[in-house]
Design a protein around this ligand. Sequence first.
Ligand SMILES: C[S@@+](CC[C@H](N)C(=O)[O-])C[C@H]1O[C@@H](n2cnc3c(N)ncnc32)[C@H](O)[C@@H]1O
Length: 257
Amino acid sequence: MKYWRHYKRMVRMVFTPKVDHHYVPDIYGRSASKMVDIRWDKEFKAMADEARKNGRTLLYYDRLHTLYQAIRNIARNKPAQDQKIRILEVGVYKGGGSYFMARCANHLFGQNITIEQFAVDTFGGHDAKDIPKGADGVHTPGLFSDTSFESVRDYLGAFLFVKAIKARIQDATDVTRDKGFHLIHLDTDIYEPTIYVLNTYAEKLAPYGILVLDDYGFTTCPGIEKAVTEFLDKHPGAFTRFELPTGQGILVKTGGN
Ligand SMILES: C[S@@+](CC[C@H](N)C(=O)[O-])C[C@H]1O[C@@H](n2cnc3c(N)ncnc32)[C@H](O)[C@@H]1O
């Protein structure tokens, strides 16, 4: 692994990538050139640019587009006006992902739908309790601590329906557990909070509720796929799983528990 990273760096030094291009595995066939660029969707691009412009999210257009689609699907299902749409992000870091979801929800649901959104993070990076015995070796206690609760709370203050909470999700008692979420974005990179959220919130997703797991299948984040597989083994038939080439996994609640 160490040598592979070194090799990739050398290749990058020799072959400078074209502007706006990355080297990625050759998984798209010849017809890739016919694909639309998701940024041609002006509605999406405007909201993604707005969320990305302050450098507050690690999510690039591809992953933001998945969240955009999730929110658009909820909106297209025309929620009843007396229904509250509930959104949760766990793993907020500098707040850009939560901002983007709030921006999309605000725009796509219209004035008559009530939204409740939570943004939960330690805002001090990974907690040592979540990294038993060094865990995956990449994620260490304190990683992602270059942020602050106050700055994220103020940034998300643009949306009155968003509540930022400083806590490990395992201790976040003010995130109501009795009512189902319509969308959960789970982006902590590690096993412990992921399995906790799956066990605590996934079963209570609203009907057709969507759970998006970032870094699913990533070699650097093996805990995510492990947690999902363990969880699904205990709930056969209750969820449909999609593994996306964006590096995200999706669970859609499709059945009973
Ligand atoms: C990759 S960052 C999140 C990126 C963010 N979603 C974005 O849009 O850029 C991972 C975050 O998970 C948070 N985290 C890790 N364990 C957590 C836990 N048990 N509870 C809440 N947040 C946690 C870390 O503090 C870190 O900010």
